[in-house]
Write a new protein. Structure first.
Length: 218
């Protein structure tokens, strides 16, 4: 899949997994780490987003191990598990990176190229739902994001999130419909109408008296 899809799916995977790990699912720092984890496996490809940024390393990995080699295998999954289990890195940092990493493997599994899960053996596993860069890829990504969002136990107001992440500068210009104002109790309405009718009667009475005074001969 494309780098943008891996970023989105890394964040979506963290949204779905974080509540099960006792972590806040929408913390911006954790989401950024999950996005980074979603890009890391392609460090073995010199032309990938992360491969271009660590060029000597990605060149060496590609030459020695090839793309979608050990970084996309069950060995990498075991490495992730060991990292989390031995707490070499604080869980709050390691967990989102690992979930993002695993989301990358899951996403690549959906492409025809598949994964060599049993690396260094040659067999390839795939569930070829969409080709990398095809028009179908954004649809699959959108569906998975929607599923992750729907899995959240408490879904916050998306405008608040957009503001917190700096994605929305005009949120206040697009407010949700305001809640309906509470209806006054019936008794108060009745009292108001009574007062109103009383005031009207007083005004009429005053007007009549005034008129009678003005029409009386002096
Ligand atoms: Zn990959």
């Amino acid at each position: 899949m494309m780098a943008g899809s891996h970023i989105a799916l890394g964040m979506a995977a963290w949204m779905a997994a974080a509540p099960h790990l006792g972590q806040p699912p929408l913390a911006p720092g954790a989401m950024a780490l999950a996005a980074l984890g979603g890009l890391l496996p392609d460090i073995d490809h010199p032309k990938s987003w992360v491969g271009r940024r660590v060029r000597p390393v990605s060149d060496i990995l590609a030459a020695l191990l090839g793309h979608r080699g050990v970084t996309h295998s069950l060995l990498a999954v075991v490495g992730c598990w060991l990292l989390l289990r031995h707490q070499a890195v604080p869980v709050a940092w390691a967990a989102p990176i690992i979930i993002g990493y695993l989301s990358h493997l899951g996403a690549d599994l959906l492409t025809p190229g598949g994964l060599r899960l049993a690396w260094p053996l040659r067999g390839t596993w795939a569930l070829p739902l969409c080709r990398t860069g095809s028009a179908f890829e954004p649809l699959v990504v959108a569906l998975l994001i929607a599923a992750a969002w729907a899995s959240l136990p408490q879904r916050p107001d998306p405008r608040t999130l957009a503001e917190r992440w700096g994605l929305c500068f005009t949120c206040e210009a697009l407010p949700l419909p305001p809640p309906a104002p509470p209806r006054p109790p019936r008794r108060r309405l009745a009292a108001q109408s009574t007062d109103g009718s009383q005031a009207l009667a007083d005004a009429r009475q005053g007007g009549l008296e005034g008129r009678s005074h003005s029409t009386m001969p002096g």
